[in-house]
Design a protein around this ligand. Structure first.
Ligand SMILES: [Zn+2]
Length: 262
């Protein structure tokens, strides 16, 4: 684990060693992943914004799956009321910074994965610089301000953005892949000025729902990194109460201010 605020570029591995071949053998067995896909994951660097309900399973699965580097960003501290759903933390970590707590857990899960911790809020320029250094971004935040900032920064850098949200029994998930010109963006879907009261603290959330959505964010990230099909152009809505999963087509809004900047 490196010190806060630093995101050094590690030497990119050119092959997997015997220990990695053994550790990731169940994924290498899949023809869609194979050795080349697993090596690609080892060479990849993902940025996880928010180590709460969504970021906990997303970071755990990305590390377990063999991502080479993860940068974890959260300026909040672990609170007792978080532990109902933020499973990367534990009772001993109450009061500790969430990104640091998450990095400790990941170090015990997969020592092949290099983690970098950022425990303060990022201003726009710092966010732009950070996104330039990574291959993919996972929006596991809980507020619109961060979601708009990430959307704009990823669009500018043309990096894929996996966006998840969960509240009450309802989850949603999509991937905005700005490597492609025709990808919609977050602002095609949600215009600024939207009310910000859709928070777990006000509305509540069922514990495993964030596990479902966060795990699927990791799934989308792995596929986007390897070049497999993702939810780009589709919005997945999950109803945990009825267990209905519905997909809607998402198109770029021709009037979207952000997309016009491309
Ligand atoms: Zn747009």
């Amino acid at each position: 684990m490196t010190q806060p605020n630093k995101t050094p570029t590690e030497k990119t591995p050119t092959e997997l060693d015997d220990a990695q071949l053994n550790r990731f053998s169940r994924q290498i067995l899949l023809s869609d992943i194979d050795y080349a896909g697993q090596l690609k994951l080892a060479q990849s660097h993902a940025l996880v914004i928010g180590l709460g309900g969504l970021g906990s399973p997303a970071a755990l699965y990305l590390a377990a799956a063999g991502l080479g580097q993860l940068t974890l960003v959260d300026f909040d501290q672990v609170d007792d009321s978080n532990l109902q759903r933020q499973i990367i933390h534990n009772e001993q970590r109450i009061g500790q910074n969430k990104a640091e707590s998450a990095a400790h857990t990941l170090a015990q899960l997969n020592h092949f994965c290099q983690t970098h911790v950022i425990s303060h809020q990022l201003e726009n320029e710092a966010l732009d610089a950070l996104i330039q250094q990574v291959d993919i971004v996972l929006d596991c935040s809980d507020n619109f301000e961060t979601r708009y900032a990430l959307n704009q920064a990823c669009l500018k850098a043309r990096k894929p953005l996996v966006s998840g949200a969960a509240i009450r029994w309802e989850g949603q998930l999509t991937t905005y892949d700005f490597r492609h010109d025709d990808s919609p963006c977050y602002e095609c879907l949600y215009k600024p000025g939207t009310s910000n009261d859709q928070s777990c603290s006000r509305n509540g959330v069922v514990s495993p729902l964030v596990g479902m959505v966060g795990s699927m964010q990791a799934m989308e990230a792995i596929k986007a990194l390897i070049g497999l099909p993702t939810l780009v152009g589709k919005l997945l809505l999950i109803d945990g109460l009825t267990m209905q999963f519905r997909q809607f087509n998402l198109k770029q809004d021709p009037h979207c201010i952000q997309c016009q900047k491309k």
